[in-house]
Design a protein around this ligand. Sequence first.
Ligand SMILES: [Zn+2]
Length: 119
Amino acid sequence: MNNALTREEERARELERLRAELKEAQEELEEVLQELEDKPEFGLGVGSPRLYDWEMNLARRDLLLERIAMLEEAIERLEKGQYGICEVCGNPIEPERLELFPETTLCATCARERSRRRR
Ligand SMILES: [Zn+2]
């Protein structure tokens, strides 16, 4: 049995997946930024559908920027070999959780604890 190699392979595959996701997010961001350049006149009045679209794109851009930053962080951690380790308790993060939130830095227990404190 060579578990170390398997883990290393898993890490490489995960890294590849995150990089693909990052690329996708960056491409989407570029699209959004282009659409944002075409800003409608505010003279169209409040509630104009085009203005609404523009504001939606603005919100999308912010979400994408956040996502890109998180993915870049996850990639960096993975490259350093810290990926999948909870930054609070140091335990491995549940694989199902990583699948849902590849950029998470907390295990389920610590994440629950943190969101409870934020409320
Ligand atoms: Zn934890």
